[in-house]
Design a protein around this ligand. Structure first.
Ligand code: FE2
Length: 211
């Protein structure tokens, strides 16, 4: 029984860590797939829950109830035997579930796994091994979440630099324009002053000579 208790506390700890990683990003970033090889956070949240749903609950829980088919389709990665799956490059665009719905899915899987582990029904050793495997799988995905969002943040940072660059360019252009404008005024004014002075000087000189 203490093994089961350890597994329960381990389960809660690992599952919570995934949520902690997801919560480091705002909702918009959690939905964003920055490139075809990087999955959005919403997909990792769903996929790690699907693993327990498909490989533990469906296989070993006698009270198992199916979730809508789209959950299996969206969150299967490459397990051909588990059914059809959404291709990786469309995870950011084609998942029609909100973060709230995926969060509810996660919570329902947690409730079912914890109920399953605490229930009186005899739990096969294979089921326990699958839960441990699911936790190891989830920890791998925690690393992937960090890796995938690094690319997202790099792109965002690049966008910020591009914006700063454009603003700096505009400022330079405006300052150049004003500099040119004031310089023109100065040249014109200088030229005007010199012309008048020269004209007066010329008049004075001529009148003196021909006096
Ligand atoms: Fe996976």
């Amino acid at each position: 029984m203490s093994d089961i208790n350890n597994l329960i506390s381990n389960y809660k700890r690992v599952r919570q860590k995934t949520i902690n990683i997801a919560n480091m990003f705002d909702q918009e970033d959690q939905l964003d797939q920055s490139m075809k090889d990087a999955s959005p956070i919403i997909w990792h949240l769903g996929h790690t829950s699907w693993f327990f749903d498909n490989f533990v609950l469906k296989a070993y829980d006698k009270d198992y109830k199916k979730v809508p088919e789209k959950y299996y389709f969206f969150f299967n990665s490459y397990y051909q035997l588990a059914g059809k799956m959404l291709s990786r490059n469309r995870r950011g665009s084609d998942i029609t579930l909100s973060l709230n719905e995926v969060s509810k899915y996660r919570n329902s899987i947690d409730d079912k796994i914890l109920t399953f582990l605490s229930s009186k029904q005899e739990i096969k050793n294979d089921a326990l091994k699958k839960i441990v495997l699911g936790l190891n799988h989830e920890q791998q995905h925690q690393e992937l979440m960090i890796m995938d969002t690094k690319n997202l943040l790099f792109k965002k940072k690049k966008n910020i630099f591009t914006m700063i660059h454009i603003k700096a360019y505009k400022l330079t252009f405006i300052s150049k324009y004003f500099r040119y404008f004031f310089r023109s005024c100065f040249i014109f004014r200088t030229h005007y002053v010199f012309s008048i002075t020269f004209f007066i000087f010329k008049i004075v000189f001529i009148t003196k000579i021909f006096k």
